[in-house]
Design a protein around this ligand. Structure first.
Ligand code: LLP
Length: 406
């Protein structure tokens, strides 16, 4: 991981708030997966929604990774960066006809998650080749908003609907080359991964889908966010995944490719948000450390009640005190941490918010008209890509240039 003195140096050089990414750690996480899951036809399609920083994506491209994309914007971005279309899968949710046509024309494999879209394809694009997304009927994830399996979610086709699917496939002469499921993000139990795999495999028979080339089991591998949180034993889990899949291939009669689409697992721990404290306020019952970033730049604590570990880089040995670490946005809920014990925080101290590599910048926005932070990617001890922060003037110019008075 990146050393504190380097982080302080970067905060000084680029200013805060600043996202810093350890590109080598991300590539290491990618490579680790091949050790954990020793199946020869394993392919990893990084879920670029977690973090689309081009510096990180280029490192993954060089390392051989593919991508999971969820919008025409992501597909376009991936192709522009040079990802071959065969290494990209497109799993849109509630896509429009226009979006469908737009991505179809790129030749990227489409993953279809509704009977209604499948019916339209059978009608309008007979003979098309595609992947089908099923709801694995397993509910797991680190919070209710990111669980994607089970009755309450909008994702995928129900497993019970396999006969209707087969009828549509037959009607349109469609070629189903892959089946997909995604159970949720931050899966708490290895058992959920196994159960989802088995539920999908139960319908992935020669009789139902004779042309399969791959099964895609989505993402969701969890990483610890709290210092005392245990790390899942991925060696044991990967061995079981491999065993289950090899058994399946025997019964299917052919060795298929196995895809996973991790986002959080590869990106979360690779990133930090550096923010400077500019105000210490002693309210009656609380000490507030006010920072120069806010929830539009790192929304997970507010949106999911997620814990992000915070370190005081400027005063790591200071006397421990309890703080509310707050942002600079005009909302009471704008807190990175509530009642958190931290080494004494002084004005101008630099805090590092950990696990900020996944779903932080990518979920960001400019609420209160504060431009998003700059980003730097470090590899082999040097900055290999910087994305500068928009100035207030540029942001204003951009907004006004998109508007036309009528
Ligand atoms: N594949 C599909 C079809 C997905 O919908 C997702 C995540 C992934 C793969 C990657 O999941 P991961 O490995 O990153 O858990 N914003 C939330 C997470 C949302 C995940 C959405 N879909 C968070 O910050 O926790």
């Amino acid at each position: 991981m990146l050393g504190d003195s380097l982080l302080l140096h970067l905060a000084g050089e680029y200013g805060t708030p600043l996202f810093v990414y350890d590109g080598d750690l991300m590539v290491e996480r990618y490579r680790d997966l091949f050790g954990f899951i020793p199946y020869p036809k394993l392919e990893i399609r990084y879920a670029m929604k977690a973090n689309y920083n081009p510096g990180l994506l280029k490192l993954l491209l060089e390392a051989g990774a593919g991508l999971d994309t969820v919008s025409p914007g992501e597909v376009f971005f991936a192709l522009k960066l040079g990802f071959p279309r065969e290494r990209i899968i497109y799993t849109a949710n509630n896509m429009t006809d226009a979006e469908f046509e737009q991505v179809l024309s790129t030749g990227v494999t489409m993953n279809i998650g509704s009977l209604s879209r499948l019916a339209k394809i059978a009608e309008q694009h007979p003979g098309a080749t595609l992947c089908l997304r099923f709801n694995p009927d397993v509910c797991d994830g680190d919070n209710a908003k990111t669980m994607t399996g089970g009755d309450l979610t909008k994702f995928g086709i129900l497993l019970d609907a396999v006969d209707e699917v087969k009828a549509l496939v037959k009607k349109g002469g469609l070629h189903v080359v892959g089946l997909h499921e995604h159970t949720g993000s931050g899966l708490q139990h290895a058992e959920s991964v196994f159960r989802s795999m088995k539920n999908l495999m139960a319908i992935a028979t020669q009789e139902n889908f004779p042309e399969l080339q791959f099964l895609d089991f989505g993402g969701g591998f969890k990483v610890p966010y709290r210092p005392d949180e245990h790390r899942i034993d991925y060696v044991a889990m990967g061995a079981e995944i491999t065993r289950i899949f090899e058994d399946f291939c025997k019964s299917y009669g052919r060795k298929l490719a196995m895809y996973f689409e991790p986002g959080k697992y590869m990106a979360a721990e690779s990133g930090l948000l550096l923010t400077e404290v500019n105000t210490i306020k002693h309210n009656r019952s609380r000490v507030i450390a006010g920072c120069d970033s806010g929830f539009p730049q790192l929304i997970r604590p507010v949106l999911y009640n997620a814990y992000h570990h915070i370190r005081n880089l400027s005063n790591p040995d200071g006397k421990k005190q309890i703080y509310d670490v707050c942002g600079n946005i005009c909302e009471t809920g704008d807190r990175f941490a509530e009642q958190r014990e931290l080494p004494e925080i002084r004005e101008y101290d630099i805090l590092a918010i950990e696990n900020a590599g996944a779903y932080c910048y990518s979920m960001g926005g400019i609420y209160n008209l504060r431009p998003m932070p700059a980003e730097v990617v470090i590899s082999q001890g040097r900055v290999i890509m910087e994305r500068r922060r928009q100035s207030v003037e540029e942001m204003t110019q951009q907004i006004l240039s998109e508007c036309m008075e009528k």
